[in-house]
Design a protein around this ligand. Sequence first.
Ligand SMILES: [Zn+2]
Length: 147
Amino acid sequence: MSNQQTRKYSAISDVEMENIIQALSEFKKTHVWVSVPDKKKKWIEFLKKISDIVEIERPKLVIKRNINCNCFGEYDDSKHRIELNKYSVITLLHEFYHAIHIKKNINAPHKEAWDFSNEVFFTVYPKKKQTLVNLNGVFLKRSTEGQ
Ligand SMILES: [Zn+2]
């Protein structure tokens, strides 16, 4: 298909990309950063929405401090589960991209997962670019730089 040759990401179409950005814009309005009792519910709803856009089953979401890897998050294919060490939209999007390409059996380069999460996140949160520092494609809060 000619569409596949021109698309930016191997695991999603340009239309799906637009719809995911739109979904994050709506999610942003629900004040995702504040601590609310139904915070996890909101995050799961968002995950459901973007899963529907790319037509995969919604991954489970686990937030836990000590993920068993030297990272911020992880996608566990065997459990179809995204694990985050804290609520982080950008990491969620990154791991979500892994879920898409694995479920769709597409061999996407790892860099694509960061390009995807960065593009979606900074399109919706352009001001965050000033408060985050890019370390090898991973965005960290400036205050945690060097830690
Ligand atoms: Zn990754």
